[in-house]
Design a binder for this molecule. Structure first.
Ligand code: NAD
Length: 292
């Protein structure tokens, strides 16, 4: 790969595109935000004024957009699938509904274009460090074509199955993440309210049967883990608004497949309350605030 297009230069997209640029691959970049474009230009990317502008002479197009409607806007309303060179591999890395993902990749296929859904896990830090996990849906042959790019941006690449499967696996993961984050937050508060030190309790549970990712990597209790958003007033990281979006998508998935997900539903309700309380732009570990 010599040159790629990148659309969506937000918290995740900008560091991902920067890692590709640092690896010596030219990047044509576009975002609706002027500020994001200035950042991209300062990092050595070639900025474009619209989505079609990024397509010139590229081997792959990566999109990292907030939601399904922005992905539909780019691929369907802006008609990118009509004009993109057929040899361009599309890697759609936003977290969106598996239904929208399947719909767009079917249209792409009908135009003779290869498209992968490749949502990520690992957050902004993972995007910066280039150690994201990619969860890929589509054809395995297309995954092989994109492997060199995935390896620049991530260190774990999973093939989940046909188009849309990457999104399904990602939503399952995030529903579980929300459930264990909510459980971790209320449990830490229970211990503290009964006289325990949150650092000591975290260490005990992390090394016992209650151990989980939130305790190991992302402790929600302020001051327990220096590098976690909880110790920086819950700023940055993975926003409550994005977690709620994913829980709603998981709930739709459950409804469509007649799956029973009471814990997922309860987590969704708790994150809805966080939005109502005006905490949409805080990191999702701020669910701890409910119990402080
Ligand atoms: P973000 O809001 O920071 O960035 C999205 C960017 O897309 C913004 O810069 C916005 O201006 C741009 N954009 C929106 N519509 C556009 C359009 N039509 N054309 C061009 N640019 C457009 O979001 P983010 O945190 O970078 O997340 C991106 C995706 O990654 C989301 O789907 C999210 O669920 C997923 N994700 C985020 C995290 C995280 O920790 N932030 C982790 C894993 C996955």
């Amino acid at each position: 790969m010599k040159k790629i297009g990148f659309i969506g230069l937000g918290n995740m997209g900008l560091p991902m595109a920067n890692n590709i640029s640092k690896a010596g691959i030219e990047v044509n970049a576009f975002d609706l935000s002027e500020k994001a474009l200035i950042h991209a230009e300062n990092l050595g990317m070639s900025i474009k004024q619209d989505s079609k502008g990024v397509l010139e002479d590229i081997d792959a197009l990566i999109t990292m957009l907030p939601n399904g409607s922005s992905v539909e806007k780019i691929f369907l309303e802006d008609n990118l699938l009509e004009v993109i060179n057929k040899r361009t591999l599309i890697i759609e890395s936003s977290t969106i509904s598996p239904g929208i993902s399947k719909k767009i990749s079917t249209i792409a296929k009908n135009h003779g274009i290869s498209m992968l859904d490749a949502p990520v896990s690992g957050g902004v830090k993972g995007a910066e460090l280039g150690n994201l996990t990619f969860i890929v849906g589509g054809s395995q042959a297309d995954l092989e074509k994109g492997l060199s790019l995935f390896k620049i941006m991530g260190d774990k690449i999973f093939y989940a199955g046909e188009s849309g499967s990457g999104q399904i696996a990602k939503l399952c993961n995030n529903m579980l993440l929300a459930v264990h984050m909510c459980g971790t937050a209320e449990t830490l508060a229970l211990g503290v309210n009964n006289g325990l030190d949150p650092v000591v309790l975290s260490e005990i549970m992390k090394n016992s049967s209650g151990g989980n990712w939130s305790l190991e990597k992302y402790n929600p209790y302020p001051g327990v883990m220096e590098t976690a958003p909880a110790s920086e007033n819950y700023s940055g990281g993975f926003l409550n608004s994005l977690m709620l979006k994913d829980l709603k998508l998981a709930s739709e998935l459950a409804l469509g497949s007649k799956s029973t997900t009471p814990m997922g539903k309860l987590a969704m309700q708790l994150y809805e309350e966080m939005m109502d309380d005006g905490f949409g732009t805080l990191d999702f570990s701020s669910i701890q605030k409910k119990y402080l």
